[in-house]
Design a protein. Structure first.
Length: 310
């Protein structure tokens, strides 16, 4: 029997269009694929724990092996973080890019495992992080696999037990990240997914506003007068919030305070924190921010902030 589920209920979602998602809903006679994926992932975790899968950290390769999936590093460029496919005997093979960071590999393996929750997983090769043009229909399928991957890698009962030992702060976030051996971004997303509090994670990247670009910011000038060029402000790249958070967080908005923790954390190896008023949200917030590691050849936001209503 599964333990009592205290996860806040998910809000209503849009109409789903991906054929694998529609088949998932038909197979389970359901209307919410997020709830289905969470239920399947949590059931799989409980089965694996009963078979002595333990953690944290939980080892994805052990879970895959227990499920009969062969996991191995790719020996050629698979043009993705990982992929899963049936071999000639219809046994599932999972390959990952060994050049990616360890924590990303762990998440990618779990992501690929979630593909097996879809009954049509044998029909085609699936890849995470495939280098291709953005497809919004395929993105909804990948989003579900990310949700399931978080459930496998950071089981909700183990995670919430450790998350609820004290109020969220920078040191607790780092402790959770270390305990579960996940990326900082994955850890923050899991916190807001499971927290009953009004909170959010906001990722920022350097970006000029449209007005700044019209005025020539970032362009090469014909005459260089020796003046320092204007650096772009840190602006909202994307956000994720708990179910009890109600404020809309618009993209491309910049933090209003030059001395915000979002700026103070740059160049530090730890979180910066503070109580701040963000005018574009009209809210007083507790802010815990940290600089994210650079990822080669990818336009990733440079700062992640956990924010919570004061």
């Amino acid at each position: 029997m599964l333990p009592k589920d205290d996860t806040p209920p998910a809000p209503p979602l849009r109409v789903w269009r991906h054929k694998s998602v529609l088949k998932l809903l038909a197979d389970h006679q359901a209307t919410d694929p997020v709830a289905v994926i969470r239920r399947l992932a949590r059931a799989k975790v409980q089965e694996a724990k009963a078979a002595l899968w333990h953690g944290p950290p939980f080892e994805p390769e052990h879970l895959a092996s227990w499920m009969g999936i062969t996991v191995q590093p790719a020996v050629e460029d698979i043009r993705a973080d990982a992929r899963i496919f049936p071999n000639a005997n219809l046994d599932l093979m999972l390959e990952y890019n060994p050049a990616t960071p360890r924590q990303r590999i762990r998440f990618s393996i779990c992501h690929e495992i979630v593909h097996t929750f879809f009954s049509d997983c044998y029909e085609m090769e699936r890849r995470r992080g495939q280098k291709a043009d953005f497809d919004p229909v395929h993105a909804e399928f990948e989003r579900l696999c990310n949700i399931g991957a978080a459930e496998l890698l950071m089981p909700w009962d183990d995670f919430t037990e450790r998350m609820n030992v004290r109020p969220i702060d920078g040191s607790l976030i780092l402790r959770l990240q270390e305990d579960f051996d996940v990326s900082l971004e994955a850890c923050l997303n899991r916190i807001v997914d499971l927290s009953p509090l009004p909170c959010a994670v906001v990722l920022f990247g350097e970006k000029y506003s449209k007005k700044e670009l019209r005025l020539g910011a970032g362009s090469v000038r014909e005459f260089d007068l020796g003046l320092a060029s204007q650096r772009p402000k840190l602006r909202v790249a994307y956000s994720r919030n708990s179910t009890s958070w109600t404020a809309y967080i618009p993209k491309s908005k910049s933090v209003p305070l030059a001395d915000s923790a979002v700026y103070k954390c740059i160049g530090r190896s730890s979180f910066a924190n503070g109580k701040e008023y963000w005018d574009f949200l009209n809210l007083n917030l507790k802010v815990y921010a940290t600089e994210l590691p650079l990822v080669t050849q990818k336009s990733y936001p440079s700062v992640a902030a956990y924010i919570e209503l004061v």
